[in-house]
Design a protein. Structure first.
Length: 383
């Protein structure tokens, strides 16, 4: 018996939504039919797809035309739209981040009905290189992790990126900048592979490279329960930028840079060699292996197919919505540490952070959108 298509409504029809729509109509996402679209203005796209256009998300959700929604609206509206959909017992795929804050995200997770699938578009979990790094760490071959370091300054954004949007890079509309937009993927992978730190001490620069009120450069120092340390550096103002991710263990290390993944394994643990060698300038012998892959995957389609299979067959979600809380906790903690000039402990006091964000939002406003014509190549947006 053929699997029945889910009836998908897409709320928000911007750049990323168009990519999801293309994945469905091209067949990259299986067992899924778009039956409704929602945006303030009807572009005629719904008619082309044989779907119904709605101008209000409530009307789409209440229509009976959908059993599932994909929410790809500005971050400001994630909470209210997702809340409404979950309360109507629909399945929900939400674009990142899960909310303006992890407090909002936690409230949404609490609302999710037991029989509804609630997932987040954390697509970089399907990247073959990051999946390989996670596999290496979980194998234990590197021993106990001692230090982590990710410099991700390869998120360069020119001014027009912000000018053509009224909500981006505002406390009111996005709840932050670099951390909750671009680097939320990196922070998710960082904690997915290396674990959640116990303390954060951070330094953010606000509007250093752009005429925006939120952070566009970040340096964060992390400390873990086992006394491992970490550093995360991000920027949207550097060109060409750097993307280097290092994980150092007692038995060796793994390094990602420029698409290349390298593993270095010592012939004995660093601690053991340090304690027992009589060579004053000695080093353990090391074996270097190239673990790089040239495999290319459609990350968004993999996440959507997994979501559809979860609905039909209760397949375990690659990125359940609750998993989006950890990276947002880290992002929120980095901002809080920088604002208060003090170390922040995790688990994060989410209500306390929300109060701080509310203060920022009260003095924030959405910007006036520029009428400039922006050239959009979504493939160039991914790093």
């Amino acid at each position: 018996m053929a699997t029945q298509n889910i009836k998908l409504g897409v709320i928000g029809l911007g750049n990323i939504a168009q990519q999801h729509i293309q994945n469905v109509i091209s067949g990259a996402v299986k067992n899924c039919k778009i039956t409704a679209l929602c945006a303030r203005n009807d572009s005629g796209q719904a008619k082309e797809l044989g779907a119904i256009h709605f101008t209000r998300y409530q009307d789409l959700i209440d229509s009976g035309e959908v059993d599932t929604v994909l929410i790809a609206t500005p971050t400001l509206s994630h909470f209210e739209i997702t809340k409404y959909a979950l309360e109507k017992n629909l399945h929900v795929m939400l674009e990142k981040p899960i909310g303006l804050s992890s407090w909002e995200g936690e409230e949404l997770v609490k609302l999710a009905p037991e029989k509804s699938q609630f997932a987040l578009m954390l697509n970089q979990r399907t990247d073959p290189t990051f999946a390989k790094m996670k596999q290496v760490i979980e194998s234990g071959i590197l021993g106990e992790i001692k230090r982590t370091h990710w410099t991700m300054t390869n998120w360069f954004r020119p001014d027009i990126y912000f000018q053509v949007s009224d909500w981006r890079a505002t406390w009111k509309g996005e709840g932050g900048g670099l951390l909750v937009n671009q680097c939320i993927h990196n922070l998710d992978i960082f904690q997915w592979v290396c674990g959640i730190p116990s303390e954060i001490t951070a330094f953010c620069e606000f509007g250093k490279y752009h005429n925006i009120e939120v952070e566009d450069e970040v340096t964060a120092y992390l400390r873990y329960e086992n006394k491992a340390t970490g550093v995360f550096v991000g920027s949207t103002g550097e060109a060409p930028g750097v993307n280097r991710f290092d994980i150092i263990g007692d038995n060796g290390s793994i390094h990602f840079e420029n698409g290349k993944l390298t593993q270095k394994l010592n012939d004995q643990s660093t601690a053991e060699f340090c304690a027992n060698t009589d060579e004053m300038f000695g080093m353990p012998k090391v074996t270097v292996s190239d673990l790089s892959t040239d495999e290319s995957v459609n990350q968004h389609a993999i996440i959507m197919n997994n979501f559809v299979n979860a609905i039909h067959n209760n397949e375990a979600l690659i990125a359940p919505a609750k998993d989006g809380l950890a990276s947002l906790d880290i992002a929120n903690g980095i901002l809080q540490s920088s604002w208060n000039k003090q170390t922040v402990s995790l688990p994060l006091d989410r209500a306390g952070y929300q109060a701080l964000l509310n203060e920022k939002a009260q003095s924030s406003s959405l910007r006036k959108k520029s009428n400039a014509e922006a050239k959009v190549d979504m493939n160039a947006s991914y790093r």
